[in-house]
Design a protein around this ligand. Structure first.
Ligand code: HEM
Ligand code: HEM
Ligand SMILES: *[C@@H]1O[C@H](CO)[C@@H](O)[C@H](O)[C@H]1NC(C)=O
Ligand SMILES: *[C@@H]1O[C@H](CO)[C@@H](O)[C@H](O)[C@H]1NC(C)=O
Ligand SMILES: *[C@@H]1O[C@H](CO)[C@@H](O)[C@H](O)[C@H]1NC(C)=O
Ligand SMILES: *[C@@H]1O[C@H](CO)[C@@H](O)[C@H](O)[C@H]1NC(C)=O
Ligand SMILES: *[C@@H]1O[C@H](CO)[C@@H](O)[C@H](O)[C@H]1NC(C)=O
Length: 588
């Protein structure tokens, strides 16, 4: 009984401390900077985290950048930072932070004199700016931090190098700070990483698909926001401004955004929030050199990183002082760029893989100017290219070839021009196919403006070349009754089979490029389309061999496949598949 009471008392004492700590509510620890962790004591080993500042001296009113960082691969969950007189106990000056990873606390009645975490999510780097306050007796100072790795493992009194005072010693005593009644830390709302559309258009640029979605409530919302604080006075662009970025979206491995000079992948400055092997979401910086896996870049001046994975939705936020660079240009945040967005899986070592979804902004965006940016669909020219190629190769060419192969006998009649009807139909359908292919070719090359690489363009160019050879070769054929005519017939048919196979492969790879949703519906519909066609080619082959040879056994099968009926059924199915794919391309 007594033991139970003791247990309840213990739990009652420990629990509030745990809860407080995980949200950085640690004003009880203002003086000692030791977290109240159920009696566990600080580590005595050297800390795997360090505190550095960008200055070795300071004057009144100076701004000093302070970094808390992990020196190895272990991240920290909690932290507390103060500036103190060398060897002293009282926090001095005040801090500023950006982002959601850090918050400001009031300690010793001095508001904003202490920085702490807002959640126990993993961090590798925290950036804060400290402003020296006027003091009547300036002394050397140092930055002191506590780092918490987990509940039992933490380091206190991790110190920066000492900053000596380099200013003029004041002879007039200015009004000292900290005399205003303390707004207790209770007024600070602790927050986990919460990314919302609140503030869009007012304080931040928001780029999302669908437009107007709120990542805080819509699970299917792919969201990115940027808000840029003006550069600290005195510093000049391009390195001055601080941008805070947020990303959120459902993804198996990563969400990412990039700055681009065009709307395509290639030469883009990219930030990625990726789920890494340790189960944590981390920020990566990368540069794409084409339509392949981007090269990893050093993170650079990225800090205050927070990431989380919740119910398959990845979120992260971070601040960056890196300029934007697409190699052609190297600029400050206020230069307009197209925004790209992509998401997809990561490999088991945290490397990103090919995206399963992507979109881009329809115009260039200046991220210092708060606005709403919608994710546009696929460019019209790519849609036109795909649609034309589909109509050409899955319907016009198919009909033209079938007419030449199977309907010669049905349309033997001579037209007013003295040619067989089947021949006229074949030639006009095939010429239209070649024409449509050429148009789609010009459309895509003027959009891409070069060679984009991969299997699709190679297959596509082969189709184009062989399709030109076909009518050219026809010009040199010998007369229908010549003894070598069979050579043309064979070459023409062989080439036709090769072109058709390559065109189907080009369409499959084209649709894969085009439809990078997870389930690749368009590719599957195309699979059905090809199956449908193959089944009918087989039926027609069978049917014609029945007619020609009249074998008694096959005759039975022939009864089951009435010719004209098959034609109608084939055409209807062909059109249904074509329409399904065209609609799919239109809405993408
Ligand atoms: C027989 C059919 C097709 C041929 C001959 C063909 C040919 C080509 C060629 C030559 C390119 C090269 C431009 C380049 O990237 O350098 C290309 C690009 C492309 N094609 Fe096709 N294509 C065909 C069907 C399709 C289909 C059905 C789609 C899907 C809707 C499609 C989507 C694309 C896309 C997305 C690109 C790349 C655009 C980019 O780089 O951003 N293609 N195609
Ligand atoms: C991309 C273009 C073309 C393709 C894929 C194609 C395909 C075919 C196919 C599959 C056949 C049936 C061969 C057989 O009897 O089994 C055929 C026959 C024929 N095609 Fe084409 N064709 C194309 C363009 C042309 C053009 C532009 C012409 C004419 C100016 C032409 C003239 C002929 C002729 C004369 C035959 C009859 C051969 C015979 O005596 O059976 N073709 N073509
Ligand atoms: C240190 O950082 C502050 C704040 O960003 C900046 O104003 C100051 O110029 C920096 N000092 C040096 C020596 O880089
Ligand atoms: C602190 O850690 C960072 C990251 O490992 C390292 O680059 C830096 O030199 C360290 N600074 C000090 C003073 O040890
Ligand atoms: C403390 O920081 C908050 C948020 O940055 C700011 O609004 C407030 O004015 C600061 N207070 C003082 C006394 O610096
Ligand atoms: C805390 O971290 C240390 C060092 O990585 C590890 O040995 C220990 O098991 C961890 N404790 C908890 C409660 O996770
Ligand atoms: C970070 O920014 C500072 C100035 O703001 C600059 O001196 C430094 O080179 C930058 N570091 C990196 C890694 O970009």
């Amino acid at each position: 009984m007594a033991r139970t009471v003791l247990l309840i008392v213990c739990v009652g004492l420990v629990l509030p401390a745990v809860r407080c700590y995980s949200t950085g509510f640690i004003s009880e620890a203002c003086d000692s900077m030791i977290p109240a962790h159920g009696g566990y004591s600080p580590q005595t080993s050297p800390s795997p985290f360090n505190v550095t500042s960008n200055m070795t001296t300071y004057q009144d009113g100076d701004k000093v950048t302070v970094l808390l960082q992990s020196t190895g691969s272990t991240p920290f969950g909690g932290f507390m930072l103060q500036a103190r007189e060398f060897g002293g106990e009282i926090p001095l000056g005040s801090f500023k932070v950006t982002g959601q990873a850090a918050q400001l606390l009031t300690c010793n009645q001095a508001p904003n004199s202490t920085v702490s975490h807002t959640s126990k999510l993993d961090k590798n780097l925290i950036l804060a700016t400290w402003t020296a306050a006027l003091s009547k007796d300036p002394k050397p100072i140092e930055f002191r931090a506590t780092f918490v790795q987990n509940y039992t493992t933490f380091w206190v009194n991790v110190k920066s190098l000492t900053l000596s005072y380099s200013g003029v010693f004041p002879n007039i005593t200015p009004t000292s700070i900290g005399t205003t009644a303390s707004t207790s830390s209770g007024s600070l709302t602790p927050s986990m990483l919460s990314i919302t559309s609140a503030g869009c258009e007012v304080t931040k640029v928001c780029f999302s698909k669908p437009l107007h979605c709120n990542p805080a409530v819509d699970r299917g919302c792919y969201f990115m926001s940027a808000s840029v604080s003006p550069p600290p006075s005195g510093s000049s662009p391009p390195s001055g401004s601080v941008a805070q970025f947020e990303m959120k979206g459902p993804s198996p491995g990563y969400v990412s955004f990039g700055f681009s000079d065009d709307r395509q992948m290639g030469n883009d400055d990219i930030y990625i929030c990726a789920l890494e092997t340790n189960g944590f979401v981390q920020v990566q910086h990368a540069f794409s050199t084409g339509k392949r896996k981007p090269n990893t870049l050093p993170l650079g001046n990225v800090s205050n990183v927070m990431g989380s994975l919740e119910d398959g939705v990845i979120s992260c936020s971070f601040t960056s002082m890196n300029p934007i660079s697409t190699q052609q240009r190297f600029t400050d945040f206020n230069t307009p760029y197209y925004l790209l967005y992509a998401y997809g899986p990561t490999s088991n070592v945290g490397d990103i893989r090919f995206h399963i979804g992507d979109f881009s902004s329809s115009d260039k965006v200046d991220i210092t100017n708060p606005q709403l940016v919608s994710g546009a669909g696929k460019p019209q020219s790519v849609k036109a290219h795909g649609a034309l190629m589909l109509i050409a190769w899955m319907t016009m060419a198919t009909l033209g070839m079938m007419v030449a192969r199977y309907l010669k006998s049905l349309a033997k009649g001579h037209s007013p021009f003295g040619k067989a009807v089947w021949f006229l139909a074949h030639v006009s359908l095939m010429s239209l196919t070649v024409l449509a292919t050429s148009i789609a070719f010009i459309v895509i090359f003027s959009y891409v403006g070069g060679w984009s690489g991969g299997a699709h363009p190679v297959l596509g160019c082969l189709v184009m070349i062989l399709a030109f050879i076909q009518p050219l070769a026809t010009l040199f054929r010998c007369g229908p009754d010549h003894r070598l005519r069979y050579v043309f017939n064979w070459l023409h048919m062989l080439n036709a089979v090769v072109i058709k196979a390559l065109a189907v492969a080009a369409i499959f790879t084209g649709l894969q490029l085009f439809d990078n949703t997870e389930d690749q519906v368009l590719v599957k519909v195309m699979g059905g389309f090809v199956g449908w066609e193959a089944a009918f080619y087989l039926s027609f082959e069978l049917y014609t061999s029945c007619i020609n040879k009249g074998k008694p056994l096959l005759h039975l099968l022939c009864m089951l496949i009435p010719g004209t009926c098959v034609c109608v059924r084939f055409s209807l199915g062909n059109l249904a598949f074509l329409v399904a794919l065209l609609v799919g391309i239109k809405v993408a």
